[in-house]
Design a protein around this ligand. Structure first.
Ligand code: GLU
Length: 425
């Protein structure tokens, strides 16, 4: 008997479910598998009481969702952002299942977070948030259970607080419990740039398949954090012009192309690591959302979810969108872009460089043997290119959009794993 379809008032979870159900229907996935894979194995919520610097106590909410461990341990980041909630973590965990499956790496999908605004916390307060999250999540994380990593608002320092807390609690160091650690502290050379590098690799493969020369291409990038920065740099190194970049302080636009190295230096020297005050020859400062609407060929949303939706998709001028953020386009936005003939490279293909890089780090941690940056990048690029071409060919063969093709290929592998393992817990 077919179970009722799940829906959610959370836009991201609703989008994740809709995309899953649509692909499952097109594949003819059996009802039991639809039912199993539309639910998460574990949704953990904890409180995070934190002593603030002024002596007061604030209680945040911490989450970790394991969507599926059919293929392997859960894998996915921990997000520090004021809007984090359990449903959002579930949606992102589900996307991680498809991302890892499509990437062909031996993981399921997980995601976690804390509903705090890291920009409003001191370093010490952030440390207390991170340590409490790790301590309370200790029963549900582990190198063969669920392996967290950085996400929005977290990076190397948070991973170190997580790992230090766990290793002191267990009186045993297990560096493979977390990935995205700093180089020299069991991290891998190459991991920092991996996601942005992978996003740009997909964009360059797309151009190759379309017989377009990168030097004729204008790119607009929303979000200038870790992902946006390295995506921009790689596109510029390939000869493309990055005409717009943005962060929470606004959009910085120049039709002549921006000096990305200068922008990176600016951010490095800014006390809050922002583009605020960035000026270059011919550069105009525009309002925050304008990166989405400027004249360009490729738009790369590298910030948060839902930025292109039913309300604004018709204003997009780009011909191609390479999704670097998780879930930046809602299904309504997708339908409008489709009518306009905009080609979308889906998030869990385009941004899989991060988690593929995490897999390399995990392998190195388990074996205790480190690779060179060249080896790391060479393997990363090879996997990204192969996966892009696989989805491209599958989409052509079935005459479907790349998003649908990516979903179908990813879901099939997880469904096969569930079948092989059988239904128990
Ligand atoms: N947060 C990244 C993602 O969404 C990386 C996850 C990981 O490395 O486990 O893909």
């Amino acid at each position: 008997m077919s179970a009722e379809k799940r829906t959610s008032s959370n836009v991201l979870l609703d989008t994740a479910l809709k995309n899953f159900y649509a692909a499952a229907e097109e594949m003819g996935l059996s009802d039991d598998l639809v039912d199993i894979l539309s639910h998460s194995e574990r949704r953990t919520a904890v409180s995070i009481p934190v002593e603030m610097d002024d002596g007061s106590v604030k209680v945040f909410n911490g989450y970790r969702v394991l969507h599926s461990s059919a293929i392997g341990p859960g894998k996915g980041g921990v997000r520090f952002h004021q809007d984090v909630c359990l449903d959002e973590c579930e949606a992102l965990a589900m996307m991680m299942t498809w991302k890892c499956s499509l990437a062909g790496i031996p993981y399921g999908g997980g995601k976690g977070g804390v509903d705090c605004d890291p920009l409003k916390l001191s370093k010490k307060e952030k440390e207390r948030v991170a340590r409490t999250w790790a301590a309370r999540m200790a029963p549900v994380i582990g190198s063969w259970t669920d392996v967290p990593a950085p996400d929005v608002g977290t990076s190397g320092p948070e991973m170190m607080w997580f790992i230090d807390t766990l290793s002191k609690m267990n009186n045993k160091l297990d560096p493979a419990v977390f990935t995205g650690k700093p180089v020299g502290m069991w991290g891998s050379k190459g991991r920092t740039a991996a996601t942005g590098y992978g996003v740009a690799t997909c964009a360059l493969e797309l151009l190759k398949n379309l017989n377009l020369d990168p030097s004729t291409i204008r790119v607009s990038i929303q979000g200038f954090g870790n992902v946006g920065t390295y995506a921009a740099l790689t596109m510029v190194n390939a000869g493309a012009k990055v005409v717009a970049i943005s962060d929470i302080t606004g959009t910085y636009y120049s039709p002549k192309g921006l000096d990305i190295k200068k922008a990176m230096e600016h951010v490095q020297n800014h006390p809050k690591k922002l583009l605020e005050g960035f000026a270059c020859d011919g550069c105009q400062k525009l309002d925050l959302p304008e990166a989405i609407y400027v004249e360009c060929d490729i738009f790369m949303p590298c910030a948060l979810e839902g930025v292109i939706n039913g309300g604004n998709a018709d204003k997009v001028k780009a011909k191609y969108i390479v999704e670097a953020a998780n879930g930046p386009i809602t299904p309504e936005g997708d339908a409008i872009l489709d009518k306009k003939g905009v080609l979308v490279v889906p998030d869990f293909l385009a941004n899989s460089g991060g988690v593929i890089g995490s897999y390399f780090e995990w392998c190195q941690n388990l074996s205790g043997f480190f690779w060179t940056e060249e080896e790391y990048n060479e393997r990363l690029i090879r996997i990204m290119k192969d996966n892009f071409q696989l989805v491209w060919a599958y989409a052509k063969e079935k005459n479907i959009k790349m998003r649908r093709a990516a979903f179908m290929a990813a879901i099939q592998r997880v469904a096969d794993a569930v079948r092989m393992r059988g239904v128990f817990l």
